[in-house]
Each structure stands twice: as C-alpha cells, then as structure tokens.
Design a protein around this ligand. Sequence first.
Ligand SMILES: *Cc1c(COP(=O)(O)O)cnc(C)c1O
Length: 374
Amino acid sequence: MRVPLLDIPASYEKILQDVETNINQVIQSGQFVLGPIVEELEQKISTYCESKYAVGVSSGTDALIISLMAAGISEGDEVITTPFTFFATAGSIARLGARPVFVDIEQDTFNIDPNQIEKSITNKTRAIIPVHLYGQSVDMNPVLELAQKNNLVVIEDAAQAIGSEYEGRRTGSIGDFGCFSFFPTKNLGGFGDGGMVTMSSEDVYNQVKTLRVHGSNLKYYHKVIGGNFRIDALQAGVVLAKLKYLDQWTEKRRKNAQTYNQLFKEKGIADQLTLPSEVTLRHVYNQYVIRVKNNRDELRSFLSEKNISTEIYYPLPLHLQDCFAYLGYEKGAFPESEKAANESIALPIFPELTQEQLSYVTEKIDEFTKKYGI
Ligand SMILES: *Cc1c(COP(=O)(O)O)cnc(C)c1O
C-alpha cells in the first residue's frame, strides 16, 4: 500500500474532457491572457464565494499584493497577521515596504487569536490579514469589530479555504478583500499558478482591475503604478472546468476527516493525537493536521518507511525566519506558533483517498503509538 500526500492525476478522469474543451476554445480564440474565459471564471467564483466582484490574478501571492496595493499600504505602515502561515502572507506585506506585525495563534484552530490583536494595534496599523489556515475560517466577528473601531482594512487570506464558511458566510466575502490561490495543491488547483481577489466595493473592484494591468485603464497611459498581475486564459479554463466538482471534492475531504476521527477514536488514540478541531463550519480541510508532542519527526520517518507521505505546515514560524530578523522578534515571542511548528503533522486528506488507504494510515499511526508512545 502506498499513500501519497496528494494525488493530482487521480482527479483527471473526471475533468480531462472539460479541461480539453476549454483549452481548445482558448487556443482557437488566440487570446491567452485575460479575455472571455477569465471573465466567466471571475463571475462564477464571485457567485461561489458570495462576493459581488472577483478579479483573476497571477497567483495567491499576487492576490495579496494587489489587495495591499489597492488598500494603499506602503512604507511605514503596519499590517497585523499570524506568524503561523505560508510565507506569502507576510512576504507580501514586506514587499510593499510595510511592516508585518505578528500575533500568536489559538491552540485549537491554529488561526490568529483575535483576543491578542488589540494590544498590537498602533497608530501605524492600517490592515489585518486573517489567514483561514488549513481550510477553517478565523473567528471573524472580533476581527471585524477591531477593524471597524480602528479603521483598518481586512484582507482575508483564503488561499487554503475556498468554500469554507463562518456563521453561514463564505470566507473571502467577509472582509474588504478575499485572496484565493489556484496553486495545484489547493482545493481548487489549476495546472500552474493562478489566483483571484474578491471584493464587494465597485470602487475597489475597478482599482484592482487597473492595478492588474500596470495601472492603466487606457492602454499605454498610466495613472498609478501597478504590475503584471494577470491570470492566463489556459489556467482559467482549467480552473473553470474543475469548479463544477469543487463541492463534491470538499464533501469528500470532510468525509475523509470524519473517517480519520472515527478510526482514531476506535483505536483509543484520538486524545493523544489532538485531532483537528472544527470550530467554525464549514471547514474545507485543505489539510488535516494532528499534533504529536514529543516525537513528531520520528512518526514522520516511520510513516515514510511505510510509504505514507506527510508534510509539516510549517516547520519554522515566520517571526523566526532569517529574512525577518530585522523585525526583532526573539524565540519564545509566540509560544503557540512555535509549539505548533514543532508538533503539527499533516496527513493525506485528498478527495480520492480510498477507505483502505485511510485505514492503513490510522493503523500505522496506531502501531507507532503502541511501539514508541507519543
Ligand atoms: C498558497 C498560499 C498562498 C500563496 O498562493 P500562491 O498561489 O502559491 O502564490 C498564500 N497564503 C496561504 C495561506 C497559502 O496557503
């Protein structure tokens, strides 16, 4: 038995025909950047995410950058976010010359702890980027309250969370901007890089569209400095073909998570493993992450020997990265993030996993715990 972390080709059977149709259409049209298929994808994503507008961009990273640009973030500004996220979240802030200000995470959700945000707000704070990590929404009400009170822009990093919900609202439609990624490992992945920004303000929509094409509305005349943040038509065609199956795949991910939970409970090791908590519905399980306190890396090697792939998201919190040394954070500054980096391990959760594979993974983890303890 072999269990990869992700089996992208496993989904091909379903989608290849639609993908081919869309790709052929793009090839025939000769329009390879933006164009009608991108507009169709934007319209469908905005509907799916319950946002008024959507703008297709080159990646999830560029979705963050263009949102920060549209929000007017620049040198001297501070932007609050979590240190326990993919690098792009804080990297984007720094690339605009602004300062990432980190706030520690909650133990159960791995998401930014809303109770610790207020003490980090200064007169330079301009925005908050909550990250819906692993596919579960941040507790948004307190975030929105603080933002309103302090006049801050809220940019949701929903790169891992398309279709997830908070109190019945889709993530990405709750703040001022929603940032999505079509990187192949995300729940809605293309055959390359791509992303999307969602928003409800028409002004912001027009601004983002202008920034996407070097800040020009009229070709070769530039009112502001933007960038090339465009999405390819071929990528849009792939993502559009896959979007039809997203809900089905998300249900499979949720079901796989339930199966893991059930099997770990039956084996009596659920508490030891600290199973993922599902606080805000609905969690879309881009990752299924458990905690192993003392010997996470040993478990990982053990599983690897049994042909089970796992991953650590993320082994070093951002405040301890070399490139952010200038921010002056010390080890111990964010104990929950540092603990999560040492304890967390992501198990395979992709939609096409079989019952046998799920059982095999839980059996091998059970075997490890009985042999070595955890
Ligand atoms: C993947 C990811 C991004 C960046 O998306 P890309 O499309 O790879 O640029 C940003 N934030 C988070 C939380 C991500 O997981």
